[in-house]
Design a protein around this ligand. Structure first.
Ligand code: ADP
Length: 875
């Protein structure tokens, strides 16, 4: 930068540098007339990101050229979106005085800072179905506070956790766009751990002073008058205080829509960690991370943006207390029963716009008149919604109808004041309805009659001059003018004054035209100004009531999600689950909600599940690859999540003794897309379960131990299963899908373990998948049959069978090596190997093998024998 030459710079560039120095690391958008300009490195960076021309401006006094690029002010939101998406912090610097009144250089100041977590409704950056959270995080010893704020809607939640892992789970579930942390923790291992849970987030480090508790207490009570500070919430308050300071520093305006603090008590929600959220594909699929084929996508039949966002929240934060879950389920049941009334609700919601984000824009004074029209149109639907809701009797729906505020005063005001079709801009008039304000009506009359007079002049001048193509037009440079084409110039009268020559025409003015213009323009200017003032007054009145809009928005969102559940229950044949504080999970004819929907021709085969923390604690599910093991165990977990959200479930009957956490782990080879050392990931995740699961948890293990050699994998799988089964350690309800059929031996020796398999039918060499879960263990893994189904060439299949037969016969050659490679065609050939020298004297390995009673060996004992033999060979 041109710091050396600063003294020689023009006042404007000096002003720029001065403001820029207060926003290091930000791209500064510097308003100049109709453009936002960027200079120096900002221009170089932004021109690339925005794909716009980088120019330069000579700067004589500085003796150098200054790189420069600019964007038109009215296109700000789309360029802003690109900069923010590219990970840039942007400071928007506006002219804060009327340039016409400015003495010397126009005063400018930053009016707003935009980062990923500070996006608001009027920016082009938001997905209407997603919240955009800014998360403040406070880290102390054993106390982790957080605050989640969606600036675009005004949602402000706080909470705290006792472990870093729980905080990481919160971080993963909320998917914040930006996280504020105390400065100095850049290299803190705890921050690294959080980042690992959800990489690629935008981190903002802020002075540790902003996390001060006393300051937080004062700020929070000022912003949220109903909030009662409570020392037990100290970590959460510290996080909230820092968040609020960040918002105040960057928004530089009243945050009128932040009115309520919601305190999330830990333990109120079913905990779903990163692995569970990912493996169960709750909100994104494993394939490409998109929304398609996720649980959210197949359940989303909501009609409003607010409903869609709440559905996502309910999926990621299911409940654990049976009472509130039952409240939701009863409401859904009634909505299923009263179909016609439910449809009336749906119709009422159809044209309700995003009230939460409208409330946000109004609260931040960033709304235009069209937003107020959207609000009016939406409010106009509330009486119908209320009428449709009033017939329902379930307690939750009654509660909702009672808290629905019709906001008739606001609607009346908007109806009277705001034009039905206002423009996007708010400074150019046409905002206020006729009849609302006398002065507006009067000025409008003058402006309009002025236009009539202009039309008359045009008519008259055409007649007077005989130029029928003569036009009276207006432009910003010289106001009203008369345009005459070149061919008719000889007809132009004396009293016309020439103003401009174009290729085909010339432009003139007359004293009369100028006089009328003065009248019209002053009326129009005054009108625009007055309309803007009235608009801001109306906006302020609405902003003062924004909390009422938010309350009704929340009612709409809940009704929308409950009605969506009812619709799914009806169209997909879901049943009402029962929930209780017990430890039983009993599902009849359960289906996988996502796979089922994808099935068009083939029928999805329903399956039962029964788990408790007694005799049916650990279900070992075996069966060949592709039999349907993964689908089955996931469907059980998904049914639990759905039930605890308050939704009906894909089953013919279902009881859920509530679960406190769902854990899922998927064997490494099923998880290659992650691109990490997959076995290490698998083991880290498994360790996490063993540490954190409680007896109330539900554990879903899919092929754990697959990412390493067979013996290692089997041993790990065995030990993990044993540990989980043991009530001294975990003892939680667990499903363990595995192709290690050797594990099924565990059911014989350990209480609480049950074998199930997914049945297949064999005939000749082929297998048919029946998809039905049945008690008992599989004796084989059918890998070769599956390989054949998949189209491996017959020679390969035949050879694989040979090798398998060798392995199953536990054959070894004289050196103690498994005779995997033996071919039938090699039988009878002379034996090879060094030990041939001592032919006739059997090796100890050979002796042991001969002595084995193969019929009396369990598969596991056989494996152990194999290990022992191998050890002997090494000696
Ligand atoms: P595994 O885990 O045993 O290898 P998957 O669970 O991946 O098997 O299932 C393989 C395929 O079988 C799935 O893609 C699905 O199309 C089908 N499938 C699974 N369960 C069922 C079912 N209950 N009814 C019908 N098809 C099923």
């Amino acid at each position: 930068m041109a710091t050396k030459a600063t003294k020689k710079l023009t006042p404007m560039i000096r002003q720029y540098l001065d403001i820029k120095s207060q926003y290091p690391g930000h791209i500064l958008l510097f308003r100049m007339g109709d453009f936002y300009e960027m200079f120096f490195e900002d221009a170089e960076i932004a021109a690339k990101i925005l794909d716009i021309a980088l120019t330069s401006r000579s700067h004589k006094s500085a003796g150098e050229r200054i790189p420069l690029c600019g964007i038109p002010y009215h296109a700000l939101s789309s360029y802003l979106a690109k900069l923010v998406r590219a990970g840039r912090k942007v400071a928007i610097c506006d002219q804060i005085e009327d340039p016409r009144q400015a003495k010397g250089i126009v005063k400018r100041a930053v009016t707003r800072v935009v980062t990923p977590g500070l996006v608001i409704g009027s920016d082009d950056l938001l997905d209407e179905k997603d919240n955009n959270y800014l998360m403040g995080v406070y880290l102390a010893d054993d106390e982790y506070g957080f605050c989640l704020c969606d600036l675009s809607t005004g949602e402000f939640r706080i909470g705290q956790h006792e472990s870093l892992e729980d905080l990481a789970d919160e971080w993963v579930r909320a998917e914040p766009a930006e996280i504020i942390l105390p400065e100095g923790l850049q290299d803190d291992p705890r921050v690294a751990q959080l980042q690992q849970a959800l990489p690629g987030r935008f981190l903002t480090f802020q002075s540790p002073d902003t996390f001060d508790l006393d300051d937080a207490r004062a700020r929070l009570t000022e912003q949220f008058p109903r909030f009662e500070p409570n020392d037990e919430l100290a970590p959460a308050m510290c996080a909230a205080g820092a968040t609020l300071i960040y918002l105040q520093m960057t928004q530089k305006r009243e945050l009128a829509h932040l009115r309520e603090i919601i305190v999330d008590r830990s333990g109120a929600f079913l905990v779903l960690d990163e692995a569970a959220k990912r493996n169960l594909e709750l909100t994104a699929n494993l394939r490409d991370g998109g929304r398609r084929d996720s649980l959210l996508a197949v359940l989303d039949e909501t009609r409003t943006a607010m409903g869609a966002r709440l559905l996502k929240r309910w999926i990621t934060y299911p409940l654990v207390q049976p009472e509130p879950i039952r409240g939701r389920l009863d409401a859904v049941a009634e909505l299923v029963q009263r179909r016609a009334d439910r449809e009336a609700l749906g119709e009422a919601m159809e044209t309700i716009h995003d009230l939460e984000r409208l409330a946000g824009k109004i609260g931040l004074a960033s709304c235009n008149a069209r937003d107020l029209v959207s609000l009016r149109v939406s409010l106009a639907r509330l009486p119908d919604l209320q009428a449709a809701l009033a017939v329902f009797e379930s307690p939750l729906l009654r509660e909702l109808v009672e808290s629905l505020d019709l906001l008739e005063d606001i609607r009346g005001l908007l109806d009277n004041a705001i034009d039905d079709e206002p423009p996007i801009t708010v400074r150019e008039g046409s905002l206020i309805k006729s009849g609302y304000d006398e002065q507006v009506d009067e000025l409008r009359h003058i402006a309009r009659s002025g236009r009539g007079i202009i039309a008359e002049i045009e008519q008259r001048e055409r007649q007077r001059t005989g130029v029928t193509s003569l036009k009276v037009r207006y432009n910003n440079v010289f106001g009203y003018y008369i345009e005459v084409s070149k061919a008719n110039l000889h007809l132009v009268p004396e009293d016309y004054t020439r103003k401009q020559t174009l290729v085909n025409a010339e432009r003139f003015i007359t004293p009369e035209l100028k006089e009328i213009e003065e009248k019209i323009l002053t009326a129009q200017d005054k009108l625009s100004e007055l309309e803007y003032d009235l608009f801001t007054q109306v906006r302020q009145i609405v902003a003062d009531q924004v909390e009422r809009i938010q309350t009704s928005a929340r009612v709409v969102a809940q009704v929308d999600v409950l009605a969506c559940f009812a619709l799914l229950a009806e169209t997909r044949g879901y049943c009402k689950p029962t929930v209780g504080p017990d430890d039983t999970l009993d599902i009849k004819d359960g289906r996988h909600p996502v796979v089922e929907v994808a099935f068009k021709e083939e029928r999805f085969v329903p399956n039962d599940a029964f788990l408790d923390i007694g005799d049916n604690r650990l279900l070992l599910i075996t069966g060949p690859n592709m039999a349907g093991k993964s689908t089955y165990i996931r469907q059980v977990a998904l049914i639990v999540v759905m039930a605890q959200m308050g939704s009906f479930v894909p089953a013919s009957s279902c009881h859920v003794g509530v679960v406190d956490r769902v854990f899922t782990r998927v064997g490494a080879s099923d998880n290659l897309a992650r691109g990490q050392s997959t076995f290490m990931v698998e083991m880290t995740e498994t360790a996490d379960i063993l540490r954190n699961a409680s007896r109330r948890s539900l554990i879903v293990l899919d092929e754990v131990g697959r990412g390493t050699s067979t013996f290692d994998g089997l041993s790990i799988a065995w030990a993990v299963a044993e540990f989980i089964r043991d009530e001294q350690h975990v003892g939680a309800r667990t499903m363990f899908a595995t192709h290690y059929h050797e594990l099924t031996d565990m059911a014989r020796t350990l209480p609480g373990v049950r074998n199930f398999n997914i049945s297949v039918k064999e005939w000749n060499d082929d297998i048919l998948f029946l998809r039905k879960i049945v008690p008992g263990a599989t004796s084989r893994s059918y890998g070769i049959q599956v390989a054949r189904l998949a189209g491996l060439p017959p020679q390969v299949i035949d050879r694989a069978k040979e090798v398998l037969a060798n392995l199953e016969a536990v054959e070894y050659d004289e050196v103690g090596h498994a005779r995997i490679a033996k071919r039938q065609s090699e039988e009878g050939k002379p034996k090879t190997g060094q030990l041939q020298l001592f032919a006739g004297a059997p090796s100890p390995v050979e002796e042991e093998i001969r002595a084995m009673d193969l019929d009396g060996l369990t598969p596991l004992e056989a494996l152990r024998a194999l290990v022992r033999l191998q050890e002997k060979c090494k000696k």
